[in-house]
Design a protein around this ligand. Structure first.
Ligand SMILES: [Zn+2]
Length: 106
């Protein structure tokens, strides 16, 4: 039985909320209007959100979610966020940078 990896979606939605909370009332309203009306704005927003999810260390969960969706027959396009290969590369880079930062502490 397939189980849905929830932590990456929760992290994704929390990153949206965090970004929204950083905006003023007018900016937030403008951002929501652009999100609902512009495919390109929405795509940029979703991709930036997933980059933040990876920065926070949830890249592996995101990869798991994409694999899960593929097994169900769904595909992830740029409109939905980062592509699988992009998440894989970003996660590898983040992990490498984390190891280097840890090594430099000693
Ligand atoms: Zn989103």
């Amino acid at each position: 039985m397939l189980t849905l990896p929830k932590s990456s979606r929760i992290a994704h939605e929390l990153c949206h909320i965090d970004a929204d909370l950083r905006l003023g009332v007018f900016q937030r309203q403008l951002a929501w209007e652009r999100y609902s009306q512009s495919r390109w704005y929405r795509m940029r927003e979703e991709r930036n959100t997933e980059r933040r999810v990876i920065e926070l260390g949830y890249g592996e969960c995101l990869l798991e979610l994409i694999r899960y969706a593929r097994r169900l027959g769904y595909s992830f396009e740029r409109e939905h966020g980062l592509l699988y290969a992009e998440v894989l590369r970003a996660e590898a880079l983040r992990a490498c940078n984390s190891r280097m930062a840890a090594a430099n502490r000693y």
